[in-house]
Design a protein around this ligand. Structure first.
Ligand code: NAP
Ligand code: 3JM
Length: 340
């Protein structure tokens, strides 16, 4: 079997750490792996396949001999270094929002639009969608294919790990401070307000129309992935004091009439989805249960009686796995199988 040299940019971060573990777990055929981060990580090592491998400082020579570069070190790093990686001969799979909406860059969720991967030939870059978009479109794929979708109204309940390691630390420190009666004096450094025991309807920056960039990502990326500019999407994105896994309340209006039991069957047989829907047994998707898992968990499926063809569902997935690292590795797997 052919083997590939892989670089992980942002290897010491929350997403990068998952990348290493998923590459190892899925036995990705690796010839050489290069873990890259900033100067802050000099001297650190990463455990990979029984070895402690050094973390190297990212520079313009980091991509010599690299076939696939997985980027998750923020938009600025991708802007500067993704073109350098491509120039060096690597295909880039980028986890940041930097290239996502560029027309000639594919934005891929393997369960939804794997055929778009071929467009990597345009610029050598494939974008990974936002974590909240990924889990939503996986759940909506069979509904879109069978009944068409007119409109989506989504509210998210997003984990702090989506904002990086410092954000998780902030939640933990604030929670400890609360029990020591010191929370009042705590000054948040990552989030705009205290996140412990709170819900912040503010993820990424605000635009003039009142939406946040995170909300716009969900709205625009969904249309791009389904190749359908006519789907109406509106989102409210909320950060909640959860460490891992995003939850979403999704309301969908379909084009055609549907049978709700058929919807449940379709979700149950959708690749990448797991139906968890037994209200009588108090069974529905939960962040703590989805943590560390690969699937998108879907439940609370019910008709929205306020419109003709409406339904509601509750969708939970691990934002660091399917929402980021796993989706990127799945793209890499298709890339090597079909193109490299
Ligand atoms: P994190 O825990 O804060 O980690 C950031 C990583 O980037 C660290 O490895 C850090 O290295 C590295 N880094 C930062 N600045 C760098 C620089 N100038 N040069 C080289 N490396 C640098 O953040 P995270 O949660 O892993 O997220 C990383 C990025 O992935 C985000 O900024 C976002 O763009 C993307 N992301 C995407 C999704 C998605 O849904 N697709 C989800 C979450 C995040 P040091 O340890 O050396 O500082
Ligand atoms: C998730 O560029 C940055 O500082 C990263 C901001 C960020 C993003 C993004 O816009 O790439 C943090 C967390 C995402 C994302 O996946 O969209």
């Amino acid at each position: 079997m052919k083997e590939y040299s892989v670089a992980v940019v942002g290897a010491t971060g929350m997403v990068g750490e998952e990348m290493a573990s998923i590459l190892e777990k899925r036995s990705f055929p690796i010839k050489k792996i290069s873990f890259l981060a900033s100067e802050r990580s000099i001297g650190r090592t990463i455990h990979f396949k029984g070895e402690e491998l050094p973390v190297n400082v990212l520079d313009k020579n980091s991509f010599r001999g690299i076939d696939i570069a997985l980027f998750s070190a923020g938009g600025k790093v991708s802007r500067e270094y993704a073109p350098i990686a491509v120039e060096s001969g690597a295909v880039v799979i980028d986890n940041t929002s930097y290239f996502r909406m560029d027309e000639d860059i594919p934005l891929v969720v393997p369960e939804v639009n794997p055929e778009d991967i071929t467009l990597y030939k345009n610029r050598g870059i494939i974008s990974n969608p936002n974590c909240s978009t990924i889990q939503m479109v996986v759940a909506l794929k069979p509904i879109y294919d069978n009944f068409g979708i007119n409109r989506i109204v989504v509210a998210t309940y997003q984990a702090t790990s989506g904002a990086g390691r410092r954000a998780v630390d902030e939640l933990i420190h604030e929670t400890k401070a609360f029990f020591e009666f010191k929370l009042k004096d705590y000054e948040p450094a990552v989030f705009p307000h205290k996140i412990a025991f709170n819900c912040l309807p503010h993820i990424d920056v605000f635009f003039e129309d009142g939406y946040t960039k995170e909300e716009k990502k969900m709205m625009n990326e969904t249309r791009k992935i389904f190749h359908n500019k006519d789907i109406r999407v509106t989102a409210t994105c909320v950060r909640v004091p959860v460490i891992r896994c995003h939850s979403e309340a999704i309301n969908v209006e379909t084009e055609k009439a549907f049978d709700i039991e058929k919807v449940k069957q379709l979700i149950a047989s959708q690749k990448g989805c797991k139906l968890v829907d037994d209200p009588d047994g108090s069974l529905y998707p939960l962040a703590l249960d989805a943590s560390g898992k690969d699937e998108v968990f879907v439940g609370r499926i019910r008709r929205d009686e306020s419109i003709e063809n409406g339904m509601n569902m509750w969708v939970v997935s691990d934002n660091l796995r399917k929402g980021a690292a796993l989706n990127a590795v799945q793209i890499a797997e298709i890339l090597i199988k079909q193109y490299l």
